[in-house]
Design a protein. Structure first.
Length: 390
């Protein structure tokens, strides 16, 4: 299946009084019709900036797109003389912003704000656009939609505001919907309703979804593919099953270990990732995760790992650096050798439910930026952070 959106080697920087922030550093991914790509990571890792730069939402200056392409249906939308995103934003790519209260205009009714999108991008007359706005509110399961369309944002609850934002985002039937923390600040019940709504709308319209979130539970529920970002780069990418069950990067493993599960007891301590993300004014040489990684090796200090394809049997384990098995005996992508066939993933668990527990993720779709998955690691087994913990 060809991709709706193909992003390759995207780099975004911001000029500030303190220097240049290298916010996004060589990000690549594909988004396919009817599928959900989740981008996860800590605050400040570049998740939102990546998508906003594609949509023309970053201020230029101080921001600038240094390199990379973003092909939407084969057309590079970043290679044009002026990247303002107006012909893409709202029409082909819709977006649900993090905080609907600050994203909606407090001086306009909800119905008028949704209708404005249709008037701008579809050229509809106001009565026609207003009628369609009521239909969209009904589609997003807002009761008494016609009456609610005449109300202002302050008259809506948090969950209803999020539904109104979804109605606005899908008004022009976009091919791609970007959901930036769509369940933030919502209680668990409303969060589940919003996620179910997104799933139902995707099944009905066939749109692709880019889900930006910190919540691995949301990822497990919605995502088909997962891209884990750290310090402006994607450090692991694969199917949701592969990333949850066969995590290949120590950072991904740390995120999973820090998440409580249904089986956790009250006296079970959470396992935080010690330390802080690196300063992107001056990204460190080598692996950016090295200062926080319990598996860090000498090679990590001076060489930044490329993306290595993972086999199901190559999923690294915490504190397993000294037991890394060299790929030399099995061959890897660089040598052109054939890799062993993938095996069936572990069974679904309460902590990490699989979307399709019978489907075995193919190793060629699973990549990780970690020297643990490279033959050279066998010559650099001495860990440099023996006291670090996940």
């Amino acid at each position: 299946m060809s991709a709706l959106l193909e992003v390759r080697d995207l780099e975004v920087e911001f000029d500030t009084y303190g220097g240049t922030v290298h916010a996004v550093r060589g990000v690549s991914f594909d988004v396919r019709a009817g599928k959900t790509l989740a981008i996860v990571g800590e605050s400040g890792c570049g998740k939102s900036v990546t998508v906003q730069s594609i949509m023309g939402l970053i201020p230029i200056p101080p921001g600038r797109i240094v390199a990379g392409t973003a092909k939407l249906r084969g057309v590079d939308i970043l290679g044009r003389p002026e990247v303002d995103g107006r012909d893409v934003r709202g029409d082909t790519i819709g977006m649900i912003f993090q905080d609907p209260m600050t994203s909606l205009n407090p001086t306009m009714t909800i119905g008028d704000q949704i209708a404005e999108t249709l008037q701008t991008h579809r050229g509809q007359a106001r009565p026609q656009a207003r009628a369609r706005a009521v239909e969209l509110l009904e589609m997003t399961r807002i009761p008494e939609a016609e009456e609610r369309a005449g109300q202002y944002p302050f008259e809506f609850s948090g969950g209803m505001l999020q539904r109104a934002m979804i109605a606005m985002a899908i008004a022009c039937e976009p091919a791609i919907l970007v959901a930036d923390e769509p369940s933030t600040a919502l209680d668990v019940t409303i969060q589940a309703q919003i996620l179910d709504l997104l799933g139902d709308l995707q099944a009905k319209t066939g749109m692709a979804i880019i889900l930006i979130t910190h919540d691995l539970g949301v990822v497990a529920r919605l995502a088909d593919e997962v891209a884990v970002m750290y310090a402006g780069r994607i450090v692991e990418h694969g199917t949701a099953d592969a990333v949850f069950h066969q995590s290949g990067h120590p950072y991904t493993q740390g995120l999973k270990a820090a998440m409580p599960t249904r089986n956790s007891r009250r006296d079970d301590p959470l396992q935080p990732i010690d330390g802080s993300p690196p300063d992107l004014f001056a990204p460190p040489p080598g692996c950016a995760y090295r200062p926080r990684c319990p598996n860090a090796m000498r090679i990590c200090e001076r060489r930044d790992p490329p993306a290595f394809p993972l086999e199901p049997s190559d999923a690294s384990r915490p504190s397993a650096a000294v037991d890394v098995v060299s790929h030399a005996s099995r061959g890897d992508a660089a040598s052109g050798s054939q890799a062993p066939a993938p095996r069936t993933p572990p069974k679904e668990t309460e902590a990490h439910p699989a979307k399709d527990a019978t489907a075995a993720p193919h190793h060629r779709d699973h990549f990780s930026r970690c020297w643990l998955h490279r033959a050279e690691a066998s010559a650099h087994r001495g860990t440099v952070n023996p006291g670090a913990s996940q």
